[in-house]
Design a protein around this ligand. Structure first.
Ligand code: PMP
Length: 296
């Protein structure tokens, strides 16, 4: 993630990672009280583009609000810091990780000291390019009444780590988690879509991360005339689907080979997921044609 040229942003300054200091009494370290984002920038014909910066920083702001963490920057300032960070690291195609951590406080009431750190690095697709072998997790997604599931809170990722460890230790690539009602929810760090008879389905919001890639895919489907529906479905329905894929900023669009012992029968290259993977690549580079919004 870093080398001896890397520059990070921390407590209002651009500096080398080893020059940054952080309290060992931080509530983020002890209790997981911090909020973060995962953003990508792309090298486009029109220069470096931070994909959906506003949506990502709005989600960071929402997370800070629900956790009671002071949010001391405007979205415009955060975007400007991101651009400067990319320039200082001479990166165009990059993954950007802003995190707002909390200051020294061993109590459980949110510390009012809020610290912004931003890092960036070159990162390929998080889950790689090959089709994924996925395992249904024995862990459920957190109950939406026990936390704010749509906030990217650092502590929530313990559930993602437990499910990923379980899947990888059993020889799979990734984990699929159900919600507390037994509905298919999402992967540890990405949303899920399934294809059945030429139509796509993705779980409704409620127990899942409101993924920005998920919304982008829904918009692309609308604009390209690809039928898609947001509704709950169970594991047995997913195990009768023709094809399935995950979406996320870090993962982008990635197809599934199998779920437990079920192999998705449709060839990935013949699936709507594959078509959307291509359209998503065009979208992030600002190259997608047939935009209804452009035609209107
Ligand atoms: N689900 C979870 C649990 C995630 O951590 C992420 C990554 N933020 C996603 C889905 C995908 O969200 P996005 O498309 O906004 O990256």
């Amino acid at each position: 993630y870093y080398n001896n040229q890397t520059i990070i942003y921390h407590k209002g300054e651009f500096l080398k990672p080893e020059a940054a200091t952080s309290s060992l009494y931080s509530q983020s370290l002890h209790y997981g009280n911090g909020v973060f984002e995962g953003i990508r920038s792309y090298k486009t014909e029109a220069g470096t583009k931070i994909f959906k910066a506003k949506a990502h920083y709005e989600r960071l702001k929402y997370g800070a609000k629900v956790m009671g963490i002071p949010f001391n920057y405007s979205i415009k300032e955060l975007t400007a810091i991101t651009h400067e960070l990319l320039e200082r690291n001479q990166l165009e195609d990059a993954y950007i990780r802003p995190i707002i951590s909390t200051g020294a406080n061993m109590g459980l009431y949110t510390s009012k000291e809020s610290i912004l750190t931003m890092q960036c690095w070159a990162w390929g697709k998080l889950m790689g390019d090959k089709l994924l072998r996925v395992k249904t997790s024995s862990f459920e997604r957190p109950n939406p009444k026990s936390c704010f599931v749509e906030a990217k809170v650092t502590g929530h990722y313990i559930n993602s780590i437990l499910s990923t460890n379980e899947a990888k230790d059993a020889g799979f690539d990734e984990a699929l988690l159900l919600d507390m009602y037994g509905n298919v929810a999402e992967c540890s760090g990405a949303n899920i879509f399934m294809e059945k008879d030429g139509k796509l389905f993705t779980p409704k919001k409620g127990s899942i991360m409101a993924g920005i890639t998920r919304s982008t895919i829904l918009e692309i489907c609308k604009e390209e005339g690809i039928p898609v529906e947001e509704r709950h479905f169970k594991l047995d329905e997913l195990k009768q689907a023709d094809s399935s894929f995950f979406t996320g900023t870090a993962a982008e669009v990635v197809g599934l080979k199998s779920l437990d012992d079920y192999e998705f029968p449709l060839q990935w290259t013949d699936s709507l997921g594959h078509k959307l993977m291509k359209l998503y690549q065009q979208e992030v580079l600002g190259q997608r044609k047939n935009k209804l919004s452009k035609a209107l």
